[in-house]
Design a protein around this ligand. Sequence first.
Ligand SMILES: [Zn+2]
Length: 85
Amino acid sequence: MKYYCPKCKSKEIMEFGNSVYCSECDLEFSKDFIGKIEDSNVLSNQELNGVLDAFEEFKDPDKLNEFLKSVEEDLNSLKNKNKKK
Ligand SMILES: [Zn+2]
């Protein structure tokens, strides 16, 4: 599998570990995405980190579990409400 930059399609990229770096775009991409999803949908690692930062608290597995539990409870209470109708 030959990797390339999903943004500018340049093959002049540096590979390291599970990522490729395009000096043209100054962006890093995960090899997991290249060629597997549409190039225009590939997020750079920089963009992904931005997304993760927005969900900073979910990096903590306890908080994530708590959040998921509260969603589950909400869903259950909705289901119960519907049953009572
Ligand atoms: Zn590029």
